[in-house]
Design a protein around this ligand. Structure first.
Ligand SMILES: Cc1cc2nc3c(=O)[nH]c(=O)nc-3n(C[C@H](O)[C@H](O)[C@H](O)COP(=O)(O)O)c2cc1C
Length: 171
């Protein structure tokens, strides 16, 4: 599969083979891909919390209302921003979103399934993850990326290309 096909066939996966953990080598590959994302002034203001412990997974399930599939998936990465390393105010959000997307694409290209579960900018979830992981004030959680072996073939949507969203030289 070409990397262009990978971009078009990536889908959020929410159904996983229960208990099938990914290898630490694959996790490292995924994290490396995340760290190759572009960032303003190449500041790379990200931090990644790998979660594979069942107790922690249970605790996350108690605070994130839309990530119930995490318990089957078996692992996740919490993508966080480091406010002390960002180029300027609020840049961490866009830089870390690029890293999270790289993570999703890397999962897909390794045959793994993944789903971005939103944390930022939902204040309640930011506070819950900050408490759960004891995050210092300069570390902000952006996304919970749930990762595992997909149980089903992802359904492909109809063509998302939408000509009305494209503007030439002016809006
Ligand atoms: C910021 C953000 C937050 C999201 N939060 C959730 C979530 O909490 N739970 C979930 O199941 N999917 C979540 N998603 C995944 C979207 O629902 C999904 O990307 C969208 O429906 C498009 O489907 P696709 O990823 O298969 O292309 C989130 C995606 C983004 C970018």
């Amino acid at each position: 599969m070409s990397s262009y096909d990978d971009l078009l066939t990536r889908r959020s996966v929410r159904s996983f083979v229960p208990g099938k953990k990914i290898s630490s080598e694959d996790m490292k590959k995924l994290l490396r891909a995340a760290m190759y994302a572009p960032s303003a002034r190449n500041c790379q203001p990200w931090e990644f919390i790998v979660v594979d412990n069942d107790d922690v997974i249970r605790e996350i399930s108690g605070v994130h209302p839309y990530a119930s599939f995490l318990k089957d998936a078996g692992q996740a990465v919490v993508v966080c921003g480091n406010l002390e390393e960002q180029y300027d105010k609020d840049y961490w959000t866009v830089d870390c979103a690029a890293a999270a997307e790289n993570l999703l694409l890397a999962c897909h290209s390794l045959g793994l399934g993944a789903c971005w579960c939103g944390i930022y900018p939902n204040q309640e979830r930011i506070e819950a993850f900050t408490r759960l992981f004891d995050l210092p004030a300069h570390i902000k959680p952006l996304a919970l990326v749930v990762i595992g072996y997909p149980r089903l073939e992802a359904r492909q949507p109809s063509d998302r290309f939408n000509e009305t969203k494209v503007h030439y030289n002016k809006y």
